[in-house]
Write a protein that binds this ligand. Sequence first.
Ligand code: SAM
Length: 370
Amino acid sequence: MLTPAPFDKLRLRQYPPVKQGQAYNGADTLLVQAALASGCPGEQILVVNDEFGALCLALRAGALWTDSWLASQSLKNNLAANEASAVKLCWSTEPLSEIVAKNSCALIVMRVPKQQAYFEYQLSHLATVLPVGTTVLVAGMDKHLSPATAKLLETYIGPTERHRGQRKARMFTCMKDSRRPAPYAEIGEYFCEPLNSNLISMANVFAREKMDIGSRFLLENIAGLEASDSIIDLACGNGIIGLSALSQGLCKKLLLCDESAMAIESARRNAQNVVPGRDISFHHGDGLIGYTGDPVGLILCNPPFHLNHAVDETVGRRLLVQAAAHLLEGGSLCLVANRHLNYLPVLKREFKRVEKLAQNGKFIIWKASR
Ligand SMILES: C[S@@+](CC[C@H](N)C(=O)[O-])C[C@H]1O[C@@H](n2cnc3c(N)ncnc32)[C@H](O)[C@@H]1O
């Protein structure tokens, strides 16, 4: 029999704010109930992939391992709203060994991430740092779980129990044993024709194995854009669009922004390899919020179109509004969008002139100028 999770006693909000959004789901509930029943003190719990901070708050966890700046901001806001003490944050790009040793992590509480490559990377890394005997609780919503979940846990961590589904979610309990699985080859790599060079991507980066067809279409159409001293690649992923624009002479200075720590780190490594010594800076955050650099003449963007697992226009729209505020008078935003995403009303509202630069069966490239 399930007892209600203690989320009700907490003030929890999603960041970015979503109308009628709930900051926890059935998978979080199963994890909190099992973690509390284990009796493990909160400071010895490491939470992995908490979306909005609900797990960390309900468990008073010692640390969070995450790739997402948005998730870190949700946690920060929710800690403040509940006057709760700080949770140590460890980015996906940082090794866990120090946190595991310092917090003497006795329990891992993990939400299955969206990308399987990232899940495997995380399990493979946990396998190298966790002491034998550590319990790992893992859960996800039924509609998002792959049939391979239990097998992956067995491969990387150890003996795994698959629990009965409840609340449209399922939990797995596994115990770290002495196996030493081969490390997961997390770096994806492909040849990028516009750069005449290979690009790498870490495990949680968009289009890790090959160039996205939307990015390709945008790059086929940027040559005619007016060059600008500085360009921003907003939501840069591995940096493909901004680095290509720089190498084609569209700008002297480039800013690469993304909310994923692995995207920023991949873009940084690609910048070093492909255009060493060039004037490139990085912003890890929610679009351009908090960015204090000068406005620029051109922003290029292949915007995100998913909110967690669902196709959603609001995430992209927020970035387009931010772009308008960081352009010089006369500057332009050039973005590629799937034809079924309706960005035109927001572009018309935020910009003086909006034109269709190109289109094909799948995408439209919009140029919106101030
Ligand atoms: C469609 S991908 C494009 C990536 C890259 N520009 C390309 O063309 O391959 C969108 C990117 O937006 C990032 N993203 C999602 N929400 C964001 C936000 N609020 N602020 C900054 N980046 C965000 C994702 O991490 C992802 O890298």
